[in-house]
Design a binder for this molecule. Structure first.
Ligand code: SF4
Ligand code: SF4
Length: 314
């Protein structure tokens, strides 16, 4: 059975990537399970989706604990413990990473021996207020590294999953997916090996926390305790930072502060102020600001700018 996990951020198209790959497997005659997994968070939050594919009926259920292939759409997720990218990897697990750094660099950085195949940045023109949508490219690369999915099945799967979005979207995604498929087929000297069946006997119960059937305030005291969410630094998720240009800001703070799904825009002296420790970079505020006073800036650039300002001040 092939066990595949896709990791990305909400908005990058990982759910669609798993749908495309699952359909491609199906067209190759496999039995398939595919499911996305995300919580209440929205764009920018780490999410994952997973696929099981086998020639026989699949009886295994639940989240994949020991993947044969891990596809990562955003390399900033790798060091993030909450994203669980490396969870359950075994020596033969292949890691397919969208990154401009090489597989060898990542192997050394992570101190692992696994085959790491990188899918370089495509340099497509993107709206800076949007997360990069790379679902189709990741599905194509995954199909390439699996080695058992044909180009025709991949193209047909994209048609089935994205056909309803119109010819222009379909054509762009098909081109991206097939380009990634061809690039990986040409360059990657690794193929994913199918994992064996997992016997049920040694299965260990995950470290669940048992919540008794009680009134919510008793059974979920941590959730209901005041201010615990402050401890979750969702600012670490950000790949793009919203930056307010106060010379363009018209002070209509009820717009940006209301639309921010995480309530991290507060108002000081009639001006909006972003709490960057907890801004997850979903860029809803960028899209909603009527004066276009909030720009989406790559996080690395913004960090460098802040460092330079701090250096000048000291
Ligand atoms: S919505 Fe835009 S213009 Fe209005 S207060 Fe917020 S940043 Fe300023
Ligand atoms: S400040 Fe903007 S980018 Fe940050 S969480 Fe709120 S809406 Fe999203």
């Amino acid at each position: 059975m092939f066990r595949i996990r896709f990791h990305g951020r909400g908005g990058q198209g990982m759910k669609t990537a798993s749908r495309i790959l699952g359909t491609a497997f199906f067209l190759e005659g496999y039995e398939v399970q595919d499911a996305p997994r995300y919580g209440a968070e929205r764009r920018g939050a780490p999410i994952f989706a997973y696929i099981r594919a086998d020639r026989k009926p699949i009886n295994e259920r639940g989240i994949i604990a020991g993947p044969d292939l891990v596809v990562v759409a955003d390399d900033s997720l790798v060091p993030l413990p909450a994203a669980g990218v490396l969870q359950g990897i075994r020596e033969p697990t292949v890691i397919l990473l969208k990154s401009c750094e090489s597989g060898a660099t990542w192997r050394q950085r992570l101190n692992i021996k696994n085959p790491i195949v990188t899918l370089p940045e495509t340099g497509e023109a993107e709206d800076s207020a949007e997360l990069r949508y790379i679902g189709a490219a990741c599905a194509g690369a995954a199909a390439g590294v699996l080695g058992i999915i044909s180009r025709e099945s991949l193209a047909q799967a994209i048609q089935e999953e994205l056909g309803r979005l119109g010819e222009a979207v379909l054509a762009k995604n098909r081109a991206n997916a097939l380009a990634s498929f061809d690039a990986i087929k040409k360059s990657a000297a690794v193929n994913v090996t199918e994992g064996g069946s997992i016997p049920a006997q040694p299965y260990k119960r995950p470290a669940w926390i048992d919540l008794p059937f009680e009134d919510a305030r008793i059974s979920a005291p941590v959730i209901h305790a005041g201010l615990t969410s402050v401890e979750v630094r969702t600012g670490l998720w950000r790949t793009m930072a919203p930056v307010i240009d106060y010379s363009l800001c018209r002070g209509c703070w009820w717009v940006c502060s209301t639309f921010c799904p995480d309530g991290v825009i507060s108002v000081r002296d009639n001006q909006p102020v972003i709490d960057y420790d907890h801004c997850k970079g979903c860029l809803v505020c960028v899209a909603q600001c009527p004066s276009h006073a909030i720009a989406a800036v790559p996080e690395k650039e913004e960090q460098a700018r802040k460092k330079a300002v701090a250096g000048e001040a000291s």
